[in-house]
Write a protein that binds this ligand. Sequence first.
Ligand SMILES: [Fe+2]
Ligand SMILES: [Fe+2]
Length: 415
Amino acid sequence: MNNIVEKLNFSVDIEELRDYYNTVKTDFDHLLWSWERCGDTVVKQWRDAAYADPANLLTYGWAIQSNLKDITIPCPPWNISTHEITEYRNTELAFGIIEKLQKEIPHAYRWSISVQPPGGIVSVHSDQEDEYTVWIPIQSDGVVITFVTPEKTSGFSLESNGSAYLLDTTIPHHTHNFGNTDRVSIIFRINHKYVNELKRKVLSYLPVDIPVDLPSEQQIVNWFDNHKVEDTEYWEYKENRHTWAIVAARKNLDNWRKIDFDLWNTRRNLQENPELYFHPGFEEQFPSLVSAIKQLPFKQITYAGMLSQMGAIAAHQDTYDENNPLEPRRYNIYLTDPAYNTFYMCKEKNSEKVFPQIDNTYRCFAFNNTEVWHGAEPTHRTKIMIAITGIIDDDANQKLVSRSLEKFKDKALYL
Ligand SMILES: [Fe+2]
Ligand SMILES: [Fe+2]
């Protein structure tokens, strides 16, 4: 890890997490572990260390996963019990949001809920060498954890808004609740070797479950050449990125071979009773593309165009979408032979370029436009895609994404 504490690039629904915690408090008192109730079953070394400062005895919690042979008795949220132990397994506390998170993060283990009441302390210690710790705070205020390195002592505040934090707990650390409310957190461990996987949690690219009966590449190229935008006064052309051919618009354009900048500039404004018009002749020639476009999860499509790549396109993010739909939110249809794909995605502007696997049959794809970057390497043959813009329908989008994830698990790209 580069930093002692890193905010992870996924978050959880904090309300759902709080509901979970409330249910645990009311219904699972029989699994609550505290020094008061269970202090007599703690190994001597930890017992002595804890009793040296009674503020240590305030912290309590629930082991969502227990390493005790008997998972029906309270297990300490730390590995300090004198009871017979085995590997960590789920207790009856692994339900709801935890169950969902466990599916998303299969290599995490030792899940627990830790509660540190006001005044509570966990004295300085360091955790197992090959593991990191993840905290998802449920309630927090002020400095939550303090790390001590030979150079300095650094306290970290971790927000309880659904954020998840990766902590390098191999570095000595201690906690002290100086606040007035219980500090509550979901805590789990993850082996160092799975940390990249944990960080690669943004769904960046996904083939979409809308079949396209694809015309031949030659038909596409011919149509493009005969219908492309004739003026060259648009920035994508001037910057040698791509040329446009307009496929569809929400108004019947006077001139389909000219960019309608008014329409373009208002493409994300919802309009009453819009219709979708296609470039004259397009529907007759490419009914399957029309059908695919109409199945995309938009409340309204405002503009769709074929783009033919010119030069290299540096890694970028597209213009801000003021409707801020859920990701992945950008829809394209790859038309020419994907064996020659030049489209790549990258986590950061200058990080490693990853070329998505374009499905040969399912050419519609969705990609993430805010948390990752995209660009294109130079192409040595004609490469044409359709880009579709408008106002995304979040519900329909999430449904389509879920359905597509089921179908294209292996081709989904997480960065
Ligand atoms: Fe620790
Ligand atoms: Fe782009």
